[in-house]
Design a protein around this ligand. Structure first.
Ligand SMILES: C[S@@+](CC[C@H](N)C(=O)[O-])C[C@H]1O[C@@H](n2cnc3c(N)ncnc32)[C@H](O)[C@@H]1O
Length: 260
């Protein structure tokens, strides 16, 4: 049985969330850096796009790869992708159980925009194992995850120039966050934490991890050569800067083999 909190699944499968993601068309800066790096190889690659949502990444990757498949466990998202993009395969599937997919098959697996962050630790581990299974030994896995070093920025700064109602709103928001999750100054030193940051009317619980711990977990799965990219600038992040980096999220490009 999954430990996953199913209110997350109901949220992803709602019309309101579909509408929000249907309006997203841009490529994120880190995704653009990664696309540039992979471009010479993409035409040879079978790609699996996990948590494809309304197909934001389909627009940027599908026409460049040899074979493209998008999956999402929210049926509404998949129905929408099928309508929007003909000629590509989309399936309703949960990353934690991709048993319909063969092992050692894909050259490139993408799980974009922190889709992996809305499940608890054990399910995340299971997802990473499933991804490692469907990926070829020579394959590339790209995903992003929230950075625990950015967690203090979830509290709003109250400025002297804020109007009294705005100040009150910020106090209430900050108070609720602390009440539900504890104080961010303590959370930021944990290896990982699942918090309710108020998004989607407090319906979503989100995983934040120390990127150095994430690297260790990836290494345990055999991904020994990860490159890291800033979610805000798309620039590479050096491993020795990870302790200081406070990007809200970080993209990881992982391979079993030598770095690209
Ligand atoms: C933050 S949205 C990102 C959507 C899209 N990738 C984008 O960047 O616009 C996360 C997506 O991951 C999907 N997702 C979350 N958990 C999943 C799971 N266990 N299996 C498959 N898809 C999942 C959600 O349904 C949602 O569509």
């Amino acid at each position: 049985m999954y430990l996953f909190n199913d209110t997350n699944k109901a949220l992803w499968g709602s019309k309101r969330v579909l509408k929000h993601y249907s309006e997203q068309e841009h490529i994120q800066k880190a995704e653009a850096s990664i696309l540039k790096l992979l471009k010479p190889k993409l035409s040879e690659m079978k790609m699996l796009d996990i948590g494809v949502g309304a197909g934001r990444t389909t627009m940027h990757f599908a026409h460049l790869v040899k074979e493209y498949m998008g999956i999402d466990y929210a049926k509404l998202m998949i129905d929408s992708c099928r309508k929007k993009f003909s000629g590509y395969r989309f399936e309703t599937m949960d990353v934690r159980n991709m048993s319909p997919l063969p092992s050692n098959h894909f050259d490139f697996v993408l799980f974009s925009h922190n889709g992996i962050d809305n499940m608890p630790y054990q399910d995340r581990e299971r997802s990473l194992q499933e991804i490692a299974r469907v990926l070829k030994q020579s394959g590339i896995f790209v995903f992003s995850t929230h950075n625990i070093h950015s967690i203090e920025a979830l509290l709003s700064t109250i400025s002297p120039v804020d109007s009294p109602p705005r100040k009150t709103l910020k106090w209430v928001k900050n108070g609720l966050f602390i009440l539900m999750n504890g104080h961010p100054s303590k959370l930021k030193n944990l290896p990982y934490v699942v918090v309710n940051d108020g998004s989607w009317n407090f319906r979503l619980r989100t995983y934040y991890i120390d990127p150095r711990i994430q690297l260790r977990e990836l290494e345990a799965l055999g991904f020994r050569n990860s490159l890291l990219f800033s979610g805000s600038t798309g620039e590479r992040i050096a491993r020795n800067h990870l302790a200081m980096d406070n990007d809200p999220w970080i993209y990881f490009l992982c391979t079993h083999q030598l770095p690209l």
